[in-house]
Unconditional design. Structure first.
Length: 109
């Protein structure tokens, strides 16, 4: 049975699952790290979806759909226009403040 687990791991690697996502044999055999086993199965589901694009398999698939590349090209004018906008990380949020907000337990007297 441990050999079958090892065969599954090797097949998953050949199918495109990253080495970091593959569990160790003892993780499943001795039930030491079941979340890692689950992560490997989900990674295999992602690999199946990404390599199956040419076959139009109707599904079902396991796990979320991997992101697709979406490159954008901006003109120099668009890039310059973005430099004039003040980001919220610089401390402005259009006059909003935290007055009246209460976090946590109230003070009992």
């Amino acid at each position: 049975m441990m050999e079958n687990i090892n065969n599954f791991q090797e097949a998953a690697k050949k199918y495109g699952v990253a080495e970091i996502d593959v569990f160790q044999t003892v993780d499943l055999w001795e039930r030491r790290n079941i979340p890692q086993v689950t992560q490997c199965i989900m990674a295999l589901g992602r690999a199946v979806r990404s390599t199956n694009r040419n076959y139009e398999f109707p599904g079902p698939f396991l796990g979320p759909k991997p992101a697709e590349k979406n490159e954008r090209e901006f003109t120099e004018e668009q890039l310059r226009a973005g430099e004039t906008i003040i980001n919220l990380q610089y401390g402005t949020n259009k006059g909003a403040n935290q007055s009246g907000q209460n976090f946590g337990n109230t003070r009992h007297m």
